[in-house]
Design a protein around this ligand. Structure first.
Ligand code: COA
Ligand code: MG
Length: 273
């Protein structure tokens, strides 16, 4: 990905009207879900709805991704084939436990093997293998699936995320080591804007690039935390330009020292890193 999406909205693949609504909202990316948001007996119909929606709808320049069913499920191959035909921007792969999954069926099938992957880290094994998963050349981003992770770790669901800090930080560490994007999990209580804001601020402080979302009311709140302000953008551009004009090393920028690492941080803030 050249640009860095900050807000990634999940939408159930089984609900065509809700997909149409998502296409007109302001999230940076829409992830149309065929996995947990779709009931088992609605999987095949949902796949067709998603194919139709991707063909018919104008997503207004948003990134378009499809979350397929688990790799060992009966649906994964057909889900991935549909997404490849629809030429979405990425395949979102749930519950990946090992990088070997990427080079096996169905992800290595013809056409599917060309698709960028956003991988969900949401099992204990996935967390432990996050570094090798993130380093695979097809992986563009990690997404922490905090609901499944809490279940897998045996953490208490809801409330503070203190019990899963190590897992969150390992995902960020793995993504940064590999130079890919990393996104925080969803906040289930869409009627609690202050709780969402606090969790976005925690995620940003941990190093996440943005947040996955489940409801339209969450988009502006997450964007407000993760998208840089106009003043931050101006400062980052000025810093990059000043460093480039200086010839490098330690440089005086507006009365403080900057070095090459500050250029790296400024580019990341602009979504270019
Ligand atoms: N994308 C686009 N529109 C959405 C939406 C989403 N993720 N979630 C809700 N909306 C729409 C509703 O369709 C409704 O539209 P309308 O006013 O035109 O009828 C409006 O936003 C208000 O929705 P609301 O009544 O508050 O909620 P709901 O009961 O319709 O839906 C959920 C609540 C949780 C079922 C729904 O938000 C949802 O399905 N979210 C995504 C779940 C998902 O994909 N999970 C998998 C990843 S964790
Ligand atoms: Mg999950």
């Amino acid at each position: 990905m050249n640009t860095c999406p900050r807000t990634l909205l999940f939408v159930p693949g089984s609900k065509p009207k809700v997909i149409a609504k998502a296409a007109g909202l302001t999230a940076d990316a829409v992830i149309i879900d065929l996995e947990d948001a779709v009931a088992p007996d609605a999987k095949c119909d949902a796949r067709q709805h998603v194919a139709d929606a991707l063909r018919a709808l104008d997503f207004g320049g948003k990134l378009r991704a499809v979350r397929i069913n688990a790799l060992d499920s009966a649906h994964a191959a057909a889900d991935a084939g549909m997404a490849a035909t629809a030429e979405v921007d990425a395949l979102v792969v749930p519950k990946m436990s090992s990088v070997a999954d990427i080079d096996g069926e169905p992800l290595a099938a013809p056409r599917v093997s060309d698709m960028p992957l956003w991988v969900m880290i949401e099992t204990p094994q996935g967390v432990l293998n996050a570094a090798s998963i993130a380093a695979h050349p097809r992986v563009q981003a990690l997404i922490v699936g905090t609901n499944d992770l809490a279940l897998g770790l045996g953490c208490e669901a809801g409330g503070s995320r203190a019990p899963m800090q190590t897992a969150l930080q390992m995902a960020v560490l793995a993504a940064r080591a590999a130079g890919v994007h990393v996104y925080d999990g969803v906040y289930n209580d869409f009627s609690a804007p202050e709780g969402l804001r606090a969790e976005c601020e925690e995620g940003k402080a941990l190093g996440f690039d943005g947040k996955t979302l489940i409801h339209p009311s969450q988009i502006d709140i997450a964007a407000g935390v993760f998208r840089p302000s106009d003043a931050e953008v101006e400062e980052a551009r000025a810093l990059i330009a000043a460093f480039a004009a200086s010839g490098g090393g330690a440089v005086n920028f507006r009365g403080r020292m900057i070095e090459d690492l500050h250029v790296t941080a400024a580019k990341r803030l602009l979504g270019e890193g």
